[in-house]
Write a protein that binds this ligand. Structure first.
Ligand code: MCN
Length: 801
């Protein structure tokens, strides 16, 4: 064990270096595309270059005649292989419109990148060359790119549905009928804001890759995929292909990030499995980076209308939200539920009475399907409320931090039953905000700002805050059921003490960058009194870890990690029975400290876990009726979500002549309850903040009016490099969750949630004295410059007020 700073005496809470990293840094880790599979055919998908086009015919002859080509198919050729359309597991309303979606399009293509045919060859190069020879006759139709245009049904994308509207989902909560309207009628202050959550491309470092390997006898098949959800993928593949689930094994080898984009069941996974079974040969597919930009789901894509009503003191009295959400061309696995995950958070961290009105309408466009992307609904909600709070403060003429203080849910109100009925487990927003304000020197920046943002100044200082609550640790199953989610929210764990006192942990979580092997070994080490190095963590292979619901929604620690702790407790209970039997003591008289049972008051009468493990293995002298071996299994379905929270404060300098935004300082104070490994937590916050900051300043999937993606490569799509982002100042508070034995809450998405509103609030703050009230994302130099020009008016072009 390597500790890099003084820490507590237990393993839990120490900055243990990630055991995953040496293999990743040296190239030893094997990703799906690294697998050597003799005899594999390489599949290439022929994709529509049109956003909306009828497919008049497909000629495969030239492709079939090309060197190395073994087979080629159209959607019609393969139609008989699908037992069901591609899955959407979140039918949020009973009348939700869901167009039949198959791995290859048949009648028409509905987005640039929609697969229309496949070519299989003995090498990837041969397959790519031959795919160029597939002659598809398209009859282009007008694209639908704009959400409000889609809603108008001017052009209906799926004629059998008769509309582009997929669903409308409402959440209206009022103490008395008409309370929301009344609150707005009575309000001393109101704001009504419109924000756009631009489409984002998730850009995991490893694009997708799939390899399906059939067994020559018996019909079994192993599917390797770079997925976050091997267990969900297994169930859904079996359902979609109508194949016996027990004959399918899914393995996620090393996975190079996902950020939600690998929380899906993709056409290419189903195609590889179906074609491997059909052809009796391994079939593999490897996504190129530019293919990834159109064929892998996008994130965000919402237009938000938010209205706040407040009394004369600025206390919120009602919140009304209208969302328009872009589903893209089809409904992917959990896409319809993404806006719902935010629906409960549009009142943010504030004490709102029963006066809340939320409605979401989702529409189809002729663009790449959207789905979960880091935070999934919760960053969008937090952005809207935190931007609107700043707008309200501006209207009232008070400091936004002061307005937040007046509205925070107070520490003593926890556990807090929100107007939505959900219970926030624990929190202390005032403490997090105070700590962030101190680290950011909020008062000092305000003083500097008064001296700097004077008439004629071209470098303007701004400071912005965002305080957030996150609903994560996706579970409990019953609550997910009430939202019509098709799966549960439990997680499974097995803890096995081997005869030599080395430990095997089998987890249903599927890490793809989060360091679960390190974290889970620490939980076990802490519980069982062993070294983390003696704990092996097995995951992401459905033959080895048959039960699980995988990794997304920052659920792995508060659900999966807690399940491991509970399985350890069961192991200790069993070990206690063996120790009591062998020490001829009463179980109640034994204490378990540092991996050894001893009789209270008689420390000489002791038995270490190592000895018990061997006794459990030989089974020579166990209590009557006790099964041999020392292992336990738990399936844990938590009683509540976990509710991490925090305050982020960003300080920027805006150049009014170039529109350039420079982030001078970024402070993130996050509270994820008890921290298993602060080093990993900080890494998660770093990654999350930079992703949110990138939405605020750099990233956007830009489409032209014909639905073509204009920036589908990393030259044009601005994922920031380390040199383009500030170093972060991190702080934390620790408010344990009372709903699980470790006191933990998730952290995987929190950074992303706080960052975008903190950055944009800072940019608007810098420019507010010029009359700038809002700033579209990304706040690129062009956008910022244009906003300044439009605020100061043509008469003052080039000068600040
Ligand atoms: N942790 C901790 N103490 C806490 C909370 C978390 O030590 N109180 C540690 C956990 O033990 C775990 C890690 O932090 O090692 C993240 O835990 P958790 O918050 O439970 O999140 P998940 O493991 O479920 O990860 C999912 C989350 C999501 S939803 C996205 S999106 C995301 C993210 O994680 N995608 C990522 N982080 C990512 N990190 C990388 N490198 N790549 C991605 O694709």
């Amino acid at each position: 064990m390597t500790l890099v700073e003084d820490g507590p005496t237990t393993v839990l809470g120490t900055r243990l270096l990630r055991r995953e990293d040496p293999a990743l840094l040296t190239g030893e880790a094997k990703f799906t595309n690294d697998l050597v599979v003799p005899g594999a055919l390489h599949m290439v998908v022929v994709r529509s270059p049109y956003a909306h086009a009828a497919i008049a015919g497909i000629d495969l002859d030239s492709a079939l005649a090309a060197p190395g080509v073994v087979a080629a198919f159209t959607g019609a050729d393969l139609a008989h292989l699908w037992a069901a359309p591609m899955p959407c597991a979140w039918p949020v309303t009973t009348d939700m419109k869901n167009p039949a979606h198959y791995p290859l399009a048949t009648g028409k293509a509905c987005y640039v990148g929609d697969g229309v045919a496949v070519v299989l060859a003995t090498s990837e190069v041969a397959a790519r060359d031959a795919a160029e020879l597939v002659d598809v006759r398209y009859e282009p139709q007008a694209a639908v790119v704009d959400l409000e245009d889609a809603l108008s049904d001017r052009i209906v994308i799926h004629p059998d549905l008769g509309t582009n509207k997929s669903y409308q989902w409402d959440l209206k909560i009022e103490g008395t009928p008409g309370q929301v309207d009344q609150a707005f009628a009575d309000a001393a202050y109101k704001v009504s804001e419109r924000y756009v959550q631009q489409r984002l491309i998730p850009i995991a470092m490893e694009p997708r890759a799939v390899c399906a390997v059939p067994q020559p006898f018996g019909g079994d098949l192993t599917l390797y995929s770079t997925t976050q959800v091997p267990h969900i993928l297994k169930v859904m593949t079996a359902v979609t292909l109508g194949m016996p689930e027990h004959q399918l094994r899914v393995i996620a080898p090393a996975v190079g990030g996902g950020f939600g984009s690998k929380l899906n069941v993709y056409a290419e996974e189903l195609l590889c499995v179906a074609l491997a079974l059909k052809l009796g040969r391994p079939v593999r597919w490897n996504e190129t980076r530019s293919e990834n930009a159109v064929a892998t789901t996008h994130g965000r894509g919402q237009i938000q209308h938010i209205e706040l009503a407040a009394d004369a003191d600025g206390k919120l009295t009602a919140v009304r939200v209208r969302l328009l959400a872009d589903m893209g061309a089809y409904l992917q696995l959990v896409a319809p539920g993404v806006p719902l995950l935010g629906a409960f958070l549009y009142a943010g961290v504030y004490d709102l009475p029963l006066a809340y009105d939320f409605s979401c309408t989702s529409v189809f466009t002729t663009l790449t399907p959207t789905d979960a992307y880091r935070g999934a609904g919760r960053p969008e909600a937090t952005y809207a409320i935190e931007r609107a709070i700043d707008a309200l403060a501006d209207t009232m003429g008070i400091d936004p931090m002061e307005l937040r203080q007046r509205n925070f849910i107070r520490k003593e109100q926890f556990p807090y039953t929100a107007m939505t009925g959900l219970v926030y487990d624990s929190g202390d927003h005032e403490a997090a905000a105070a700590k962030a304000a101190e680290l950011a020197d909020y008062a000092g920046v305000r003083r500097r700002q008064a001296g700097q943002n004077v008439p004629g100044a071209t470098k303007l200082l701004g400071i912005g805050q965002a305080s957030y609550f996150e609903m994560c640790g996706l579970a409990p199953s019953r609550v997910l059921a009430s939202l019509n989610y098709s799966a549960g929210g439990w997680e499974a764990a097995t803890v096995r003490v081997l005869p030599t006192n080395k430990i095997q942990v089998v987890t249903g979580t599927a890490p793809h960058g989060q360091g679960h092997e390190t974290s889970w070994s620490m939980i076990v080490a802490d519980k069982l009194g062993v070294s983390p190095a003696d704990v092996d963590v097995l995951h992401s292979d459905t033959a080895i870890a048959p039960l699980g619901l995988d990794t997304y929604g920052s659920r792995s620690l508060p659900v999966g990690g807690v399940a491991i702790a509970m399985a350890c407790d069961k192991v200790i209970d069993k070990a206690r029975k063996i120790a009591a039997h062998q020490l001829e003591a009463d179980e109640a008289d034994l204490e378990f400290v540092g991996g050894t049972f001893s009789v209270k008051g008689s420390p000489d009468k002791a038995m270490p876990l190592a000895a018990i493990a061997f006794e459990a293995f030989t089974a020579h002298n166990l209590p009557d009726g006790l099964e041999p071996n020392l292992e336990a299994h738990t399936t844990y379905d938590p009683p509540n979500f976990s509710w991490p929270f925090g305050t982020h404060i960003c300080t920027v300098e805006v150049d009014t002549e170039t529109g350039q935004v420079e982030v001078l300082q970024y402070v993130a104070v996050d509270d994820c309850g008890v921290r298993v490994n602060p080093l990993i937590v900080e890494g998660q916050v770093h990654g999350g903040v930079i992703q949110g900051l990138a939405q605020a300043l750099f990233e956007e999937a830009v489409h032209d009016g014909d639905g073509n993606l204009k920036n589908g490569s990393l030259i044009e799509y601005l994922v920031p490099a380390a040199s383009e982002v500030p170093s972060l100042t991190l702080g934390h508070t620790v408010t344990p969750s009372p709903t699980n034995q470790l006191g933990v809450k998730g952290i995987g998405e929190a950074g992303t949630i706080g960052a975008a509103p903190a950055v944009i609030n800072a940019v608007v703050d810098a420019l507010s004295h010029l009359g700038v009230r809002d700033m579209p994302m990304p706040a690129s130099p062009n956008t910022v410059w244009a906003a300044i020009q439009s605020a100061i008016g043509p008469a003052s072009q080039g000068a600040s007020k």
